[in-house]
Ligand binder design. Structure first.
Ligand code: ZN
Length: 472
């Protein structure tokens, strides 16, 4: 990106337009602000570079298991020793060491045994990983300062790779040029150690033409008793920019996602897609109750230390399961939404900032309960995979004003708003329309509503009555 273009992008961001994925950044470069350019033009095939991860399950023998444990334990030891050194520096002198060189420079002294076992390439890569962890700690500190953290996120300096019983948790780190994935024989060949490990499944990203492998990380899942390999991959995505319809998106609570497109036909009718938040909400409260039960037990002062540990572990698992289920709901909703967008010929998505929710203090009542940022990211990445640009635009007041007439609306029960001109709409649909309008899109005169229920196991079509655009 040239400096002039970079400046142009910066200015747009200052005006409240934020590109959320690689296609959005490219569109901004080539066509300018989508709010004014309309995005029409030649739809030539374009390319962008993105980072993705492939996760593969390893099929190990007792010998391979032994090998992974030995190398993984040495790497964990290196990480723990560096954590100890850097944490002391942080707590005693308030200094944060984000460098990989400071660990690398100790390879012939403190870490010589580990260095020999890992080889110079992989040892260097482990040092880089340590440096990155400390850099992300700096990032979290900054986010905390600006109030951008999730309620459950805790800012702590990188800790130790140890489990509950104080045992080191193994991790194998391999540099991009020290392994090869043989897709035909289905084995990962590790260079320095001259070892081949069979895997199950087919990598999604590594198989794409022109894909470039990055760092390989192998870890053990004690619950599943399996080893997993995570390969970071640089992939070239193809898409067609410019043209297509614009669509506005509002993220909410009752409706997780409300999307409204520009008119899809001559009569000016648009399509509204609604994704309900019900299953996510009941999931959330189910785990909330479970966690509260554990907390009640934990508050007993007579509780033995051993029981306390067990309960804390139980609580951690509840948090984990809740997060996993939520992520699955988000993934399913985003995949479905993007698929629908492709069918409807949507060329750009405009996402509004959530109304008065992200700006609230975390952890209170209905604040960022559903983690909008995660959902937003999920939509942006899924759309990126399928070639659709996603922008974020401010949505202040979009729920208060009628998208068709610009006048103030009155809130009614069941999530409806009433316009003084005599029509009623879903407040989310109205908000999405307003966002569409702010993004320079043409607001449809009527919408055909399609409603869906995203769950952790899939997206179900719901039959919703077309009550939201009936004239009063
Ligand atoms: Zn109106």
């Amino acid at each position: 990106m040239s400096r002039a273009l970079e400046r142009a992008v910066q200015e747009r961001v200052a005006e409240g337009l934020v590109p959320l994925n690689a296609w959005a950044r490219l569109l901004l470069e080539q066509f300018g602000d989508p709010r004014t350019s309309g995005g029409s033009g030649a739809r030539a095939v374009q390319k962008v570079l993105v980072q993705r991860t492939d996760t593969l399950r390893l099929l190990t023998t007792p010998e391979l298991d032994d090998f992974l444990r030995r190398v993984g334990d040495a790497t964990a030891k290196l990480i723990n020793m560096e954590s100890y050194r850097r944490r002391r520096q942080f707590f005693e002198a308030g200094k944060i060491d984000c460098s990989w060189m400071s660990a690398w420079s100790r390879r012939f002294t403190d870490y010589f045994e580990i260095y020999k076992l890992l080889g110079s390439k992989n040892f260097a890569e482990a040092c880089r990983l340590i440096g990155e962890q400390w850099r992300s700690f700096v990032g979290l500190l900054k986010a905390a300062k600006e109030g951008r953290l999730e309620p459950w996120q805790k800012v702590r300096p990188p800790g130790y790779r140890k489990d509950r019983d104080g045992q080191r948790v193994p991790i194998v780190v391999v540099r991009y040029d020290n392994y090869r994935v043989d897709l035909e024989r289905k084995v990962i060949r590790l260079g320095y150690w001259n070892v081949s490990i069979p895997f199950k499944g087919k990598p999604r990203w590594l198989t794409k033409p022109g894909a470039k492998q990055g760092r390989l990380i192998i870890t053990y899942d004690p619950a599943k008793k399996r080893w997993y390999a995570r390969i970071s991959v640089e992939v070239t995505l193809e898409g067609r920019l410019g043209g297509g319809l614009k669509a506005g998106i509002d993220l909410g609570r009752e409706r997780l996602i409300a999307l409204v497109t520009e008119p899809v036909n001559e009569s000016g009718e648009g399509v509204a897609l609604l994704y309900r938040g019900g299953p996510l909400k009941s999931d959330y409260f189910y785990f909330e109750r479970k966690i509260a039960e554990v907390d009640r037990m934990l508050s007993d002062p007579k509780l033995e230390e051993a029981d306390r540990c067990v309960l804390k572990e139980v609580r951690r698992r509840f948090y984990e399961r809740r997060k996993r289920r939520r992520d699955q709901v988000f993934a399913n909703a985003a995949a479905h939404l993007v698929k629908m967008c492709l069918e409807l010929n949507v060329g750009a998505l405009l996402l509004g900032y959530p109304r008065g929710i992200a700006r609230d203090k975390p952890g209170k009542g209905n604040t960022n309960l559903w983690s909008y940022r995660k959902l937003e990211r999920r939509i942006a990445v899924t759309a990126e995979n399928r070639g659709i640009p996603v922008f974020k635009i401010p949505e202040d007041g979009t729920s208060k004003v009628c998208a068709r007439h610009g006048c103030e609306v009155v809130r009614k029960p069941r999530g409806l708003v009433r316009c003084p001109y005599g029509h009623a709409m879903h407040s989310d649909v109205n908000a999405a329309m307003n966002i569409l309008a702010r993004g320079g899109g043409k607001v449809p005169a009527r919408v055909r509503v399609r409603s869906f229920i995203p769950t952790a196991s899939g997206v179900i079509a719901a039959n919703e009555k077309k009550r939201n655009h009936n004239p009063a």
